[in-house]
Ligand binder design. Sequence first.
Ligand code: TXA
Ligand code: MG
Length: 337
Amino acid sequence: MTMETIVSSTAFARARAYILAGEVVAFHTETVYGLGANAYSDEAVKKIFALKGRPSDNPLIVHIHRDFDLLRLIDFDPPYAEKLRRAFLPGPLTMVYPSKGKVSALVSCGLNTLAVRVPASKTAQAFLREVNLPIAAPSANLSKHVSPVTAQHVLDDFGGKIPLILDGGKSDGGIESTVLDVTGDVPMILREGLVTREMIASVVGECGVYAPKKGEKPKSPGIAHAHYMPRCKTEYFSDEAAARACYEEEIRMGGKPYLLCEHEAAEHFNGLCVLDLGRTGEEMASRLYALLREGEKRATRLIGIEPKKKGGAMAGVLNRLHRAFGAEDGTNQTESS
Ligand code: TXA
Ligand code: MG
C-alpha cells in the first residue's frame, strides 16, 4: 500500500491527528529521526515493528515532552537519576527505568523496564507537546540500514509508507542517544552516545559500561543486532596502506571505491575519492550517517579506516563504525535492529 508522504516543519496538529488515529509519524530529533506511534496502543506500536522489519525482541524508546510527568510511566526513580536528568535533559540521553507497565507491553518486548527519552529538538518537543502522549519511536530507518539524519533519508526508506515527516533539518548530534540503565545502584551505559561515561561519572561519581559476556543474552537486545549497514560492499582497516591497496584493487576491477576516514587521513589521501569524517568526536558523530548514506550511493566499495582520535564522543562513533562495517563487536551478526 502506498500513500502520499507529506514533509512539513509545522504540521503538528496534523501529526496529532495521525497519532490519535493510530498512524506512524516520523519526526526530527537532535540525534537521528524517529518513527513514532502512540506508546499506549498495541496496534500502533505493532505498525512500527512491521514498517521497519524490526525483530520483535528489540525494545523501543518512549519519548516525552519536558513537562510530561515521568512518574506516570516508571515504578522507581533511583536518587541519582534526578541529578542526571537535571544535568542532561532534554538531550541525547535515554534512561532505562523499572516500568509501571502503563504503555503497551510490545514497547519493551516483555521486559519489566522502560527506556524514556526527552529529546532537545524543538520540532520533537513541539510534536510531543501537541500529542501529550508518550511516543514509542525507534530510529526511522529500515531495520539494519543506516540511521536517518535528514527528512530525505527518512523518505528514502519510508516514502509512500507513512503519512508525515516532521522536518527539523539535519540532526546535528548525528548518532543515537546514550542508553543508560538506571535500575541498579550505579548507572550503566548500554549504548554509547554523545553523553559520555565521563560526563555521567562527573555528575554522579560512578558509571559503568555494559558489555555482554560471551553467550549471555544482552541487557539491551539492540546491541546484539547488526546495524547501520551501508548497501554496498564494505571493508574496514586500521592500516592505511592496506586500505589503499584495497582501493586500488577495486579500481583495477573497474569499480568505484570511496575511503571513509578522519580528517588527517583524508588529507593524506588527497586526490582519491574520500569521505571526510572530520577532526573531533562530535564532528565525526555529526557526519557519520550522512556520509555512510552518501557512500552507499556513490561507491561500489566503501572502505572505512579506523580513526585514531580517542576520548569523548569517539566511543560512540567507533561503536557505530564497527557495526556499520561488521568489524569487531558487530562481526557476523545475522539479526537486525
Ligand atoms: O537517539 C535515539 O535514541 C533515537 C531517537 C529517535 O530518539 N532512537 C533510537 O531508537 O535510536 P532505536 O530503537 O534505534 O534504539 C533503541 C535502543 C536499542 O538498542 C534497544 O535495544 C534499547 O534502546 N532499549 C530500548 N528499550 C530498552 C529497555 N527497556 N532495556 C534495555 N534497552 C532498551
Ligand atoms: Mg536504530
